[in-house]
Design a protein around this ligand. Structure first.
Ligand code: HEC
Length: 123
């Protein structure tokens, strides 16, 4: 009996670990998409290259939408709000409102402050 329960605990422990790994990998994919669009979007705004602004801001908006859904699923309303703010600002930038760019940076820092420990999820 005791052996069985140890076995069950080990299996449970490992599967929880696996889910966390999967989640982390998929989260990092979304975060990389957002972060990867950030630089080119800002450069395109500076260069007044409207087509590149639109393309990169839309990439950012779509990644932030995925990120908002991720945090909604985790019931982390503060992180969800940061991602939604970034998504809406990126949509405005895509629509030609350059001033919305200023709203994106604070969401990066604000969300990292509450969700990250160094480069890892806060436990
Ligand atoms: C809603 C919350 C949230 C927002 C908004 C956010 N981040 Fe993140 N970011 C995270 C979390 C959580 C991690 C850590 C993931 C992990 O544990 O690897 C992270 C990781 C990163 C990483 C490291 C990715 C890697 O290679 O592992 C970069 C780069 C990054 N963010 C850039 C940005 C930039 C740029 C912005 C704004 C445009 C931004 N983030 C906005 C939550 C957020």
């Amino acid at each position: 009996m005791r052996r069985i329960s140890i076995f069950v605990s080990v299996v449970l422990f490992c599967s929880v670990g696996l889910i966390a790994q999967d989640e982390l990998a998929s989260y990092q994919g979304m975060m990389k998409a957002a972060a990867g669009a950030n630089g080119p979007m800002r450069k395109a705004v500076a260069d007044k290259d409207a087509a590149a602004v639109k393309a990169n801001a839309e990439k950012m908006a779509s990644a932030m939408d995925d990120i908002a859904k991720f945090w909604a699923g985790k019931h982390n309303a503060d992180a969800q709000k940061f991602a939604e703010t970034a998504r809406d600002a990126a949509k405005a930038v895509a629509g030609g409102d350059d001033s919305a760019l200023a709203k994106i940076g604070p969401t990066c820092q604000g969300c990292h402050a509450i969700t990250r420990a160094g480069n890892d999820f806060k436990k």
